[in-house]
Design a protein around this ligand. Structure first.
Ligand code: 13P
Length: 250
């Protein structure tokens, strides 16, 4: 199929600099012969420390968010210019915690996506439905809408800087994983949405990660599905014992 697997750890609001550095060092050593693509996304406060550890390795440095503006009077926000200065390569945008806890809407997310791409970052655009939306039979509709709106104004050329992460909200941090079949069905559907927007080749190329209670026990089964190209891992990315087996799955 020609797509590489891409395994990312989203450390969310965990770890001091010392803890983050220790984990990053262990990952550098344990993933050095890994065959897939890797990324870690520590908190802003640990980006510099972790960046120094992963620099020049096979692990990319990611941030978990950015501001929608380049600079200015935006108390508490972090700019793409500041992230670039720290060596960040990838920015996670539209995470369900940003959408649902911090009330980011599609318009704001789209603004951030455009800005991040303009500054040369790779973007992991997260999409995913709530439990009530799935139960109402609206999972596809929600994912289609978030995909279309998140990619609004993005050219076919810019699309090569985009990774999609399907993270059903009901599976995040709950221990409930989507079945590989259910996840693959949404991934296949999202690929069709991409094909409609950008053509078949682009749809074949785009990496779609799955996120939501990925663990060593379920990673290989998820990844075996045709349309699942990797994982965005939360809880299990905080320890080498759980992240390394996911990252080294074969
Ligand atoms: P968990 O792996 O803890 O369910 O989190 C998934 C996630 O939100 C990754 O971004």
């Amino acid at each position: 199929m020609g797509r590489n697997y891409y395994i990312a750890g989203n450390w969310k609001m965990h770890k001091t600099r010392a803890e983050a550095t220790e984990l990053a060092k262990a990952l550098v050593s344990q993933l050095k012969d890994g065959k897939h693509q890797y990324l870690v996304a520590p908190s802003f406060t640990s980006l510099e420390a972790v960046g120094a550890v992963v620099k020049g390795t096979n692990i990319r440095l990611g941030a978990q968010n950015c501001a929608a503006e380049e600079q200015g009077a935006h108390t508490g926000e972090v700019s793409v210019l500041q992230l670039k200065d720290l060596g960040v390569q990838t920015i996670i945008l539209g995470h369900s915690e940003r959408r649902h806890v911090y009330k980011e809407d599609d318009q704001l997310i789209s603004k951030k996506v455009k800005l991040a791409l303009k500054h040369g970052f790779e973007v992991i655009l997260c999409i995913g439905e709530l439990l009530e939306e799935r139960e109402a039979g609206r999972a596809e509709e929600v994912c289609e809408s978030q995909t279309i709106k998140g990619l609004e104004g993005i050219s076919a050329q810019e699309l090569s800087g985009i990774v999609i992460a399907y993270e059903p909200v009901w599976a995040i941090g709950t221990g409930k994983t989507a079945t590989p079949e259910d996840a693959d069905a949404i991934h296949a559907f999202v690929r069709k949405v991409i094909a409609k927007l950008y053509g078949k080749d682009a749809a074949e190329k785009i990496i779609i990660q799955y996120g939501g209670s990925v663990k060593p026990e379920n990673a290989a089964q998820l990844m075996a599905k045709e349309n699942i190209d990797g994982a965005l891992v939360g809880g299990a990315s905080l320890k080498t014992e759980t992240f390394v087996p996911i990252a080294l799955f074969s």
